[in-house]
Structure formats: structure tokens, C-alpha cells
Write a new protein. Structure first.
Length: 186
């Protein structure tokens, strides 16, 4: 469902993207090409800053936003999801937040007020807030990262973790094509 926010912004969705009919996109949201947005995802850009302005939520090309993901921003801050990035089931990305290209965020993870470098992997049930995750970092399941100092205890991304992330992204890219084909049959 595509909704206008109180400021009058309407989501812009590229024609090659697939948005499940149960998903809700509200406000200043930009969805680039070949993006998959799964069932019951909520992507909502509707809060303004003290000047009545807001930055957009941008979902980069070839990314996938899986079932039940929530993306929102506070007080006009934006969210940028890079190209080829996968945000898994029931994760929350709350802005201001920047997630780089080819990042994997595991299910039930929470990102808030942070920057995640490209090619990083954040495994399942992790919390990352108030810090900058460097390029190619691996954050294990159930990690609780609240500062740059917490990152010093984390190892670099392993090739196995990176290949898993790439396989999830590729599978969801194929889903975009399949669901768009099915939608065109009706």
C-alpha cells in the first residue's frame, strides 16, 4: 500500500521493483530498481525536523527488504539502504541510519542512529546503535554494539559469512522477477 504522509510526500517506486500488496510505504520513500519488499514490511518517512523538513528513506537498487521489516526515521532524519543489501525478517532500521552496499542484516536485528559500512554482515538478533561499523565487518548473532569501542572486540567478515549474504540477496533478486511475472498474469 502506498500512502501520502502529512507533509504531502508520496513514495516513488521504480517500475522494476516488487512491493508485496501487504507492505506499507508511507511518505518520502524512494525505492530503486529491482528491489524486493516482502509481506508486511513497513517503510515510513513522515516525521519532520524543527524546520518542517525531512530526509528520504532510500532503498538502493537490487536490495531486498524481507517480511515484517520496519524502516522509520526520527525527527526528519533519513535512512539510506545501499545497493544489493539484504534486511532480513522482522529487523528494524531506525534513522538516522546509513547502511552501505552489499550488507546483510540478519533477522530480528535492530539498527539505530548508526552507519554500517559496505560488505558488512550483521547476524541475527543483534543491536547496533550510536556507532560506525567499518567496511567488511562481521557482527555475530546476539551482539550488542552501542559504541565504536564495542566494535574493537569484533572480528572481520569471513568469506563464508559473505557468501551466505550474497546468496540471500541473489535469491531475493530472483523473487522480484518471479513475483512481477505473477502479478502481470492477473
Amino acid at each position: 500500500m502506498i500512502r501520502k504522509n502529512p507533509s504531502g510526500h508520496v513514495p516513488v517506486v521504480h517500475e522494476t521493483a516488487f512491493v508485496d500488496p501487504t507492505a506499507i510505504l508511507c511518505g518520502k520513500v524512494i525505492v530503486e530498481e529491482n528491489v524486493f519488499i516482502g509481506p508486511y514490511a513497513v517503510i515510513r518517512a513522515d516525521e519532520v525536523d524543527e524546520n518542517g523538513e525531512m530526509e528520504p528513506i532510500v532503498i538502493g537498487a537490487n536490495s531486498n527488504i524481507q517480511d515484517g521489516v520496519v524502516i522509520h526515521c526520527k525527527a526528519g532524519g533519513g535512512v539510506n539502504i545501499g545497493k544489493g543489501t539484504s534486511i532480513a525478517h522482522r529487523s528494524i532500521v531506525h534513522g538516522p541510519c546509513t547502511v552501505g552496499d552489499s550488507v546483510f542484516v540478519g533477522f530480528n536485528s535492530v539498527l539505530f542512529n548508526c552507519v554500517v559500512g559496505s560488505h558488512s554482515v550483521i547476524r541475527h538478533n543483534s543491536v547496533v546503535e550510536g556507532c560506525e561499523v567499518p567496511h567488511s565487518f562481521y557482527i555475530p548473532s546476539t551482539a550488542n554494539i552501542h559504541s565504536d569501542k564495542d566494535l574493537e572486540t569484533i572480528e572481520r567478515v569471513t568469506p563464508d559469512a559473505a557468501s551466505f549474504s550474497e546468496s540471500v540477496t541473489q535469491a531475493n533478486y530472483e523473487l522480484v522477477k518471479g513475483y512481477k511475472r505473477i502479478r502481470n498474469e492477473f
